[in-house]
Design a protein around this ligand. Sequence first.
Ligand SMILES: Cc1cc2nc3c(=O)[nH]c(=O)nc-3n(C[C@H](O)[C@H](O)[C@H](O)COP(=O)(O)O)c2cc1C
Length: 226
Amino acid sequence: MKTEFGLVSTLIAFALLASGAPVSGQEIQPIKLLNPRTTGGMPLMQALKERRSSRAFSPKELPLPVLSDLLWAANGMNRPESGGRTAPSVMNMQEIDIYVAKSDGVYLFDAEENVLLPVSGEDIRGLTGRQAFVKEVPVNLIYVADFSKIRKISGSEVDFYTAADAGFIGQNVYLYCASAGLVTVVRGAIDKPALATAMKLRDDQKILLAQSVGYPGGTANRPLEP
Ligand SMILES: Cc1cc2nc3c(=O)[nH]c(=O)nc-3n(C[C@H](O)[C@H](O)[C@H](O)COP(=O)(O)O)c2cc1C
């Protein structure tokens, strides 16, 4: 299911690239993701046994096949005929967008096209959380609710359902990381206004959570709660 916003943002990103205009900071290009490897991996019960938060990351980058599998597991399209995703969403609104903050910039995951669209050529990893390690982690996912996709619910229901939907994505990431030998921690301790500004979000987009992903390494860091 391609939403109007998804289509428009895709067109704008490609139009900017076609015009040669940098989106922000250094010029970054779309990253075409690979088809997910949907066989193999760890048995589910073993992945559940391994699931945990870790804050000890290596700065080593994630290779493209791993980044591709990670994003597909997070909220990729698993039923192309219907547009279904690996994570459920209230009334299938698919209102949670995943932004990917890497060392070379920020991208938006387009699940239908299986591509990372450039958002900004700036390294904003340090703004994705209040903990020092986040600026060294190769990938920080940022879960953003797009209120322009919300319909039929209102008030506190919107907060409840968008938070729930982001939580499902986060757990998908936890299980993928357990299976793939990666470490991860979902994080709510974020200076959200500062991050929203750096990401140039619209007023009808709301940051919910971030999640750091990388290879194990480095030193252990302390938990921090929002
Ligand atoms: C909604 C939510 C927000 C969290 N925020 C943070 C955070 O900002 N920083 C952090 O280090 N851990 C954060 N955590 C991770 C928890 O500290 C962690 O899940 C908890 O200690 C249990 O550990 P486990 O995940 O290994 O079972 C958060 C977890 C959740 C579910």
